[in-house]
Design a protein around this ligand. Structure first.
Ligand code: DAH
Length: 313
């Protein structure tokens, strides 16, 4: 694996603790010390970091939505079970995202080839917290965190990045309270209401971030939403994917003990948005300690990144 020129990992006590916690030598453990040292940096919680600035700007938009209070969940542990990351979301056993070639496992109870619910891993998406938070009684939330996927490193790929998950459940009186079959629900006015609210909310988010932009909805497939969509915007002369979303699958809600509830969910990648909005050309820059990077960004301000020499100051 190539070294990351623009990122530097500090040799601190924390680094040692991280290696001890994530590089365990247990069956199936495939976390490297390099990856272990990325966990818990909390870039999205730094007010003057581009990821923190974008997060703040998105949360600010959701605060303006009347009648809903979106709880902020930005300190969930990135270590989750396969149950949370996959099973709760109806992701099938043979989904490639579960392979140890794609996912960093702390331990794999099921052994080499079989994925089992008790496997412990670094979350591959913030959707891993949807069911946990809904079961805990959260009706609307924004859950942000670092996520991990095994990947080659280049200017636009890094094995750690950040996502924000949004969920909103609706008042049963608004979207239908009675027992419905899956088909009845999908054809009902309640389902249309949820999907329309989802689309209007996310179109508003795009305008808040990018100014009024041209948008298009693409039909998508995710195992945990039905129907599912992807939102693209026309920006700098090209269509760009902004997020995935949909009406929460009845099966996901049933597994949470919430078969009487309905709602929507979305997930977006913070780096993609930040790279475009701040004109940051390389995803590795988000992890740098170089003050020539950090002194350029201030909370609340979307400014354009000015490149500097690749040599140390
Ligand atoms: N978890 C998906 C991913 O990482 C993104 C996503 C899609 C999240 C649809 C959602 C959703 O909540 O409804 O690619």
């Amino acid at each position: 694996r190539r070294a990351v020129r623009t990122g530097r990992v500090r040799a601190t006590a924390t680094a040692t603790d991280n290696v001890a916690r994530f590089v365990t030598g247990e069956t199936g453990n495939n976390v490297t010390p390099y990856i272990a040292n990325l966990v818990g940096r909390g870039l999205h919680k730094r007010a003057n970091h581009p990821l923190g600035i974008i997060k703040q700007k998105i949360e600010e938009y959701f605060e303006t939505i009347e009648g809903v209070n979106f709880e902020i969940a930005d300190a969930m542990d990135p270590v989750v079970s396969a149950q949370q990351c996959f099973n709760d979301l109806l992701i099938p056993d043979d989904h490639p995202g579960r392979l140890p070639s794609d996912t960093y496992y702390i331990s794999r109870a099921g052994g080499r080839d079989v994925s089992s619910a008790e496997d412990i891993l670094l979350r591959t998406h913030t959707s891993a917290h949807q069911s946990t938070l809904m079961k805990a009684g959260y009706e609307a939330f924004l859950c942000t965190g670092d996520v991990y996927r095994r990947d080659e490193i280049d200017a636009s790929h890094f094995p750690a990045f950040h996502q924000m998950e949004g969920v909103r459940l609706f008042d049963p009186a608004l979207v239908g309270e009675g027992e419905m079959t899956r088909e009845e629900w999908l054809a009902s006015p309640g389902c249309k209401l949820v999907a329309d609210d989802l689309k209007a909310t996310l179109e508003g988010l795009c305008d808040h971030l990018f100014g009024p932009v041209e948008k298009r909805w693409i039909d998508e497939y995710f195992p945990f939403t039905e129907p599912s969509f992807e939102l693209e915007i026309y920006y700098n002369g090209d269509w760009m994917e902004v997020l995935g979303c949909g009406v929460i699958h009845s099966g996901v809600l049933e597994n949470c003990g919430l078969s009487h509830r309905k709602g929507w969910a979305f997930g977006l990648g913070l780096e993609r948005l930040a790279m475009v909005l701040f004109e940051i050309p390389d995803i590795r820059l988000f992890w740098t300690d170089d003050e020539r990077f950090h002194k350029q960004f201030k909370a609340g301000q979307l400014t354009k990144f000015k490149p500097y020499s690749k040599y140390p100051p």
